[in-house]
Design a protein around this ligand. Sequence first.
Ligand SMILES: Cc1cc2nc3c(=O)[nH]c(=O)nc-3n(C[C@H](O)[C@H](O)[C@H](O)COP(=O)(O)OP(=O)(O)OC[C@H]3O[C@@H](n4cnc5c(N)ncnc54)[C@H](O)[C@@H]3O)c2cc1C
Length: 447
Amino acid sequence: MSRQFGQRAVVIGAGMGGLSAAGALASAFREVIILEREALPASVMSRAGVPQDRHPHLLLAGGLQALDSLFPGYERDLADAGAVPVNAFKDIQYERPDVGALPRRDCGTTLLCASRPLIEHTLRRKVMAIANIKLQTQSRVTEIVPAASRPLVKFENDAGVGAAIEADLVVDASGRGAPTLGLLDVLGWEKPQETAVGVDISYTTAVLRPGNVSSDWKILVTLPDPATSATSGLIIPLEGGRWITSISHHGAPDRPKTWEEFLAVARQLKTPAIYNAIYKLLPPGGLRHFVLDESRWRHFERLERLPRGILPVADSLCRFNPVYGQGMTVAAREAKLLRGILDRVAGEADPIEALQAAFMSEVGAFLQAPWNMGVNADFAYPTTRGERPEHYEESRQFEAALFRAVVADPVVQRAFSDVLQLMEPFELLNEPDMRRRIEAHSLAQNA
Ligand SMILES: Cc1cc2nc3c(=O)[nH]c(=O)nc-3n(C[C@H](O)[C@H](O)[C@H](O)COP(=O)(O)OP(=O)(O)OC[C@H]3O[C@@H](n4cnc5c(N)ncnc54)[C@H](O)[C@@H]3O)c2cc1C
């Protein structure tokens, strides 16, 4: 496949979704232009356009693998920049209300923990090393103008000076899908149905100084019993020997405003492990907050038609509840899906149409498993709003048996780890041998 898809692809947004997609497209187009509204920092630092980047961002092993295959050497570069290797589950203290802490077995997978700015910065450097990708900053896309053959993308700089560029393919990785939704409006075409799940997740986060957390784990997760509490805690390591800790709350109540209040909430978690790890410390940068009201799947994939050459990806298509750490990994894996489709449809008479049709028909099935995993867990909290997924009770019973099996059976734990890390499809847990192992731990079976 060499550039036969056209002259130019335009990607809107230089977040994890846009950068990953640009890398996937580079060999298929003469040039790929990423339009990003912000001025991007030259060093590793937070930026205003991605306010969530001050909160913990776990890059799951499935995402790391996808990025490394799209950008060979990404994993090594991230590790060289100081990301911390974490073995699942040997280095992870994962505390659940039903079965307690999961066994710390080596499930054969290593993830790399780092701040979101470092994860993105490392990716941006990889992308910028690709000769035919151009990253154009301070270029806010205002509109996609429809055209029979090649859509026109209009954008403007900080001074309001406008410009426009034609593209064979426009990938909307702007995070909210506004350019694509605006285009549907202009055309008067049907908008996508949306599945929204109201979670009102509030995050309160602090970064801790190097060397201060002493523990025999590298990641600590403490989950509540949703019947009695909606508060979870998390600590993960960052580059530079630092740690980041977060309290998240379903149902967005009052949030801790001071470090003392943060510690008081940490003390009341299901176990005192997080409190014990941090109570002597003081975060130098204070607390940061974030509230996300809903996870939201815009079902572009169900539309009978999309304007030619338009592809919404990553959060523009589906924004997950962040507590399950899926968004960046899904974005990277969507880019891999795109890459695989490009290879497959390269010989078609109209490869752009074939690419768009294949991506939209495959992405829905791909999103379903991570979406279900999160939403099923969300509905255990009484404050969650929206429609319960089909077969909800069945899924909850399966999950209860699954965690008992994870504790008892190393084979199940390894499979669960691979599914959780989005390395393997959820169906792995439904294969006959695995199903038998899990069902051996269902309460009905044991009665
Ligand atoms: C609190 C929180 C914690 C999270 N934790 C995790 C985690 O642990 N693990 C994980 O995998 N994911 C996590 N996520 C999700 C993750 O941040 C996103 O899924 C991921 O960043 C992919 O997003 P994206 O590239 O689609 O959008 P974004 O990262 O939001 O990037 C969109 C980009 O588009 C630019 N842009 C927007 N509009 C325009 C425009 N009109 N023109 C030009 N540019 C534009 C923005 O400036 C930005 O650079 C978390 C999210 C939140 C809110």
